[in-house]
Write a protein that binds this ligand. Structure first.
Ligand code: AMP
Ligand code: MG
Length: 413
């Protein structure tokens, strides 16, 4: 059977990122956080915009003060005071200094700032009590960033630091990728919505709600197509519709080997290429990944029906997919952390096994605590409060308490 890492490679290879011309939109800076930049940003401004002081102190000529000491201070005449935002009027001549404050423009003639703490003031004179280093405490124009070079590359997520940079560069409109569109539907004659009364034998379609929440967490747009009966005609209709409106579709259920599992058959009747039908993963073995002849970029994920399988396969395979579609340039594959396990973790060793639980910070070291209760794929109750999945690789049957385990971090703990 297909290994998890091979399945991931096949899937990422099929994913076509959004187009950096057609699939973009312009947004205001205030609405740009967590969006993906589609066009590199270049600024016409240098950073700093001009030579300025990094300290409250005195702007001086290094030449004048290089031999200063507490015993033999240099005495300079104060020419003017330069607060932040003030345009200096005078040029510092030998024997002169300017009172200066953090962020204020350096006056012509001065090349060094002496911090206030190394000086003594007497009326209009300042005593320099220690020799500074040449050019000390001067932030030079363009020393952080040179106008005209690339400020931010395309394909990055705009978080608070990038937003700060863009604001400083006065970029008020940004070209970002549109959100990927993810169609979601559930299959099963036994399913009802949260609002319908539950008859014997029926269950609530929790997968659709879970998937909508997951898709939104990934910065994509969920398109909910509802519950579809285990009927070939209805399934064919909804898949065709999904392909017309979305970049990917996530269906749940109907991909196993039961008599009512129609998804693969319908895909075949639509001339789809089925790239994956099962993966060596627990939970989540019956997983269908397919492409249709048109549009060729459309990716079909037939997730298993069991609620735990849906979440695990989403975290493991769909999160990287959405990242790559969304225009993020790199870092699609999941990141595993090595942590200590608090509990004994067991698997039959026959499939790569994912156990859900929580990361706790114990004396500065992360520890994985397995969720108590059943880790059956049909149990979703103990998935609540999960923020990590522990992974037991193929062949590994036991991880003892205090042993190291790899975990997939789902949400910042
Ligand atoms: P299936 O693969 O369609 O046989 O589904 C496997 C199991 O998952 C069955 O017990 C279903 O009742 C359950 N299941 C399927 N779809 C959903 C859903 N949307 N929400 C919750 N459970 C589901
Ligand atoms: Mg079903």
């Amino acid at each position: 059977m297909l290994s998890v890492s091979n399945a991931q490679a096949i899937i990422l290879n099929l994913v076509q990122p959004l187009d950096n011309q057609r699939d973009t939109e312009v947004v205001d800076l205030l609405a740009a956080d967590s969006r993906i930049l589609a066009t590199p940003v270049t600024s016409a401004l240098d950073f700093p915009h001009w030579d300025n002081s990094a300290m409250d102190g005195y702007a001086v000529r290094y030449e004048d003060v290089q031999h200063s000491s507490a015993e033999q201070p240099t005495v300079l005449q104060i020419l003017e005071e330069i607060p932040a935002g003030y345009q200096p009027k005078l040029t510092i001549q030998p024997g002169q200094a300017a009172r200066i404050f953090t962020g204020a423009l350096m006056p012509a003639g001065a090349d060094t700032v002496v911090m206030q703490e190394k000086t003594r003031r007497e009326e209009n004179r300042v005593f320099i009590l220690a020799a500074p280093k040449p050019q000390e405490f001067v932030r030079h124009k363009a020393s952080f960033y040179q106008a005209g070079t690339q400020l931010l590359p395309a394909g990055i997520k705009l978080n608070a630091p990038e937003i700060a940079v863009l604001a400083a560069a006065q970029c008020s409109k940004l070209n970002v990728y549109r959100r990927p569109r993810v169609a979601i539907f559930s299959t099963g004659d036994e399913l009802v919505t949260v609002n319908e009364s539950l008859q014997s034998g029926q269950i609530v379609d929790s997968n659709q709600y879970a998937l909508a929440a997951l898709v939104k967490e990934c910065g994509a747009e969920p398109l909910l197509l509802g519950i579809v009966k285990d009927e070939p005609v209805a399934l064919k209709q909804v898949i065709t519709h999904a392909a017309a409106i979305a970049d990917i579709v996530l269906s749940s259920g109907g991909v196993s080997v039961g008599d009512y599992d129609y998804v693969d058959k319908i895909l075949q009747s639509l001339a789809a290429t089925i790239h994956i039908q099962a993966v060596d993963i627990k939970p989540g073995k019956p997983l269908t990944v397919a492409t249709l002849p048109t549009p060729s970029s459309f990716l079909y994920f037939g997730l298993p029906g069991n609620p735990a399988s849906v979440l695990v396969t989403f975290w493991r395979f769909v999160v990287p997919t959405i990242k790559k579609i969304s225009g993020i340039r790199e870092g699609w594959a999941p990141v595993f952390l090595k942590v200590r396990s608090h509990d004994e973790l067991r698997s039959d060793g026959k499939r790569e096994t994912y156990l859900w639980g929580k990361l706790h910070l114990i004396n500065g070291v992360y520890e994985f605590h397995k969720a108590s209760g059943s880790h059956s794929s049909g149990n979703l109750i103990n998935l609540a409060q999960t923020n990590a999945l522990a992974v037991l690789p193929l062949g590994k049957t036991l991880i003892s308490p205090q042993e190291e385990v790899e975990v997939l971090q789902l949400i910042a703990p």
